[in-house]
Ligand binder design. Sequence first.
Ligand code: PAF
Length: 301
Amino acid sequence: MLKIKKIVELRKILESYRLNKNIIGLVPTMGAFHAGHLSLINRARRDCDQVVVSLFVNPAQFSPGEDYNKYPREFESDIQKAKAAGVDLLFAPNEDELYPRKLLTHIEVADITDCLCGKTRPGHFQGVALVVAKLFNIIQPDKAYFGEKDWQQLKVVERMVYDLNFPVEIVPLPVVRDKDGLALSSRNQYLNQVEKRQALVISEALKMAADKIKSGQRYAVKITGLVEEMIAKTDGVELEYFSIRQPENLTEVKVIKRKVLLAIAVRLGKIRLIDNILVEVSDNVSDYAKEQNPSGNNYRG
Ligand code: PAF
């Protein structure tokens, strides 16, 4: 596996891949690899001739006071994991390489960043869009792999690629969970044993909400109330948001009629964790909902 820090050097190697008509897959990461990253790498390995992984803890996507300085940096073990997973090239630039001077250019994907994490982490998605756009321009991958755990990030990247005509296919892959249901995240490392147990309420709340929808509940406000209650009963866990959204444009759903995204963010002290699931429903408002609202009027609560 090649380890490259400099853009000029990287470009020379990528040039040779392209001359050989190789399909190049990029897995953008901030390191501290876990099974979620490995699922992206494995899929890229299957799809592509050359697998490039970028490893860069991007300061532009952290607000002042967030965990940029504390963010896990495990360069040596990441190298071993990347090698074992069959990565061809690890691009791990220093900050000066990607941000040599103050940037005057910004990328803002509007509307879909106004809600959920975009609301509670102002500037975060501009930072993500910026670094992903830079990586796409530097590496020019044919395909790029993103986890659905960061659903809003995935939608931001997809929209940026569409709006700016980046010639790259975005390949989304499902959330990877541990055996207890906790969605894998590099930030899970911050959790002690007690917090790890408390954090299970995140996926349990999503599952409870999905079950309510599957058994006929269609009113988002009711489901949100149940989730709020469940989280409030769990020591040490504070709800930042739970929201039911249309999966593609992230607009809020009040009455569930088709596939929805259930998105949640919580805090355990200073640790912030997010998760989401998609729930499929048929177009028809269920019998349960009709029973609750025989007049068929839209809920106006
Ligand atoms: O999901 C991440 O790890 C980061 O947000 C990304 C996409 C690598 C950009 O820094």
